[in-house]
Design a protein around this ligand. Structure first.
Ligand code: PMV
Length: 335
């Protein structure tokens, strides 16, 4: 029934990298220069409905109720991949909503392209396995490859030129080590330099690029082991290191990329102070000013309270670890 109408709805959650992806080995295929490792969040979510209209050629794309030409062009380019695969030239109607700010370092492109890959392929009657969907979502936004899965996820760099081996895989389910994430929102606007442009500038001008590439596999191995052993202190150490190293790489580009504001820096100092005082928490920051604090469940109230008190923090969002991207039925329940 749904397939006959070429219609499907999917939901996906953003993910936050603990060992960061920064740099591409192939821009066209969106292949990463390094592997990465993330956690998928539960509360934040993108819901996307895709409907293909066989007798139409153009796409109509609304994100958060608005038509934005730049975002629409990116979505249409992605839909072309799906159309190619299905051998059709149908136009699509896409309606996508986030329950959190778009393009401000909260990984809206990750959940957005993961939901679009799941809904778009189903609307065309394509039946892809999760790893194939991960490969496809990667073409929209690198980190979207990871949002196909829940819990702890690793996205492989891969070595193949065609990218078939650069897909994500789940490492550990959300319930198997239920960490909490406290997000301190410190700005609401879209970021100045998007991640793709930032990665390009870092690779072309930062003197630290080769050191960044050289140490990633070791960081991934440490993080993998820490997760397998539920060793919070070891994960905290490597995750903060990876975050600060990615930002050091970007800061040393020309012109330097400064994704932080004052509240971001104040927040990370607070997280460090909490940890020194015995609270199981660490921070991470992506290509935007929001600070994410990852903690054990019993620390979440303390962490949220401490971050709420940081001057410049506009809002604090508490999340747990979330599940994989999924199709939804017409009532909005998991299909
Ligand atoms: O998926 P993109 O192209 O928006 O890149 C994401 C880059 C970081 O969020 C900074 C790091 C990561 O691994 O998610």
């Amino acid at each position: 029934m749904t397939m006959e109408r070429h219609l499907a709805t999917a939901q996906a959650h953003p993910n936050i990298a603990l060992v960061k992806y920064w740099g591409k080995r192939d821009v066209e295929l969106n292949l990463p220069a390094v592997g990465s490792l993330s956690i998928t969040l539960d509360r934040l979510c993108t819901r996307t409905t895709v409907r293909f209209v066989p007798d139409r050629r153009e796409d109509r794309i609304r994100i958060g109720g608005h038509e934005d030409a730049t975002a629409a062009a990116r979505v249409s380019t992605f839909l072309d991949l799906l159309r190619q695969r299905a051998g059709v030239a149908w136009g699509a109607e896409v309606e996508s909503t986030n329950n959190f700010p778009t393009a401000a370092g909260l990984a809206s492109s990750a959940s957005g392209f993961a939901a679009l890959a799941v809904a778009g392929t189903r609307a065309l009657g394509l039946d892809l396995a999760p790893m194939e969907l991960s490969e496809l979502a990667r073409r929209g936004s690198g980190s979207a490859a990871r949002s196909l899965f829940g819990g702890f996820v690793e996205w492989a760099r891969g070595v193949r030129a065609d990218g078939r081996d650069s897909v994500a895989r789940p490492l550990l389910g959300a319930q198997e080590w239920p960490l909490r994430v406290v997000i301190a929102v410190t700005a609401r606007g879209a970021k100045e330099t998007g991640s793709s442009a930032g990665m390009r500038r870092s690779a072309e001008t930062s003197p630290f690029q080769s050191a960044w590439l050289d140490h990633q596999d070791a960081d991934l191995a440490v993080a993998r082991t820490a997760i397998a052993r539920r060793d919070f202190a070891a994960l905290a150490e490597v995750a903060e290191h990876s975050c600060l190293k990615m930002h050091a790489l970007a800061l040393a580009a020309r012109p330097g990329l400064i994704y932080w504001n004052g509240a971001t820096v104040e927040g990370l100092q607070r997280v460090r102070a909490l940890r020194r005082a015995g609270t199981a928490v660490f921070f991470t920051i992506d290509a935007g000013p929001q600070l994410k604090a990852v903690c054990l469940p019993d620390a979440v109230t303390t962490v949220a309270q401490a971050l709420r008190e940081v001057p410049g923090v506009l809002e604090v969002i508490e999340c747990g670890l979330g599940e994989a991207a999924a199709l939804l039925d017409e009532a909005g329940a998991a299909a």
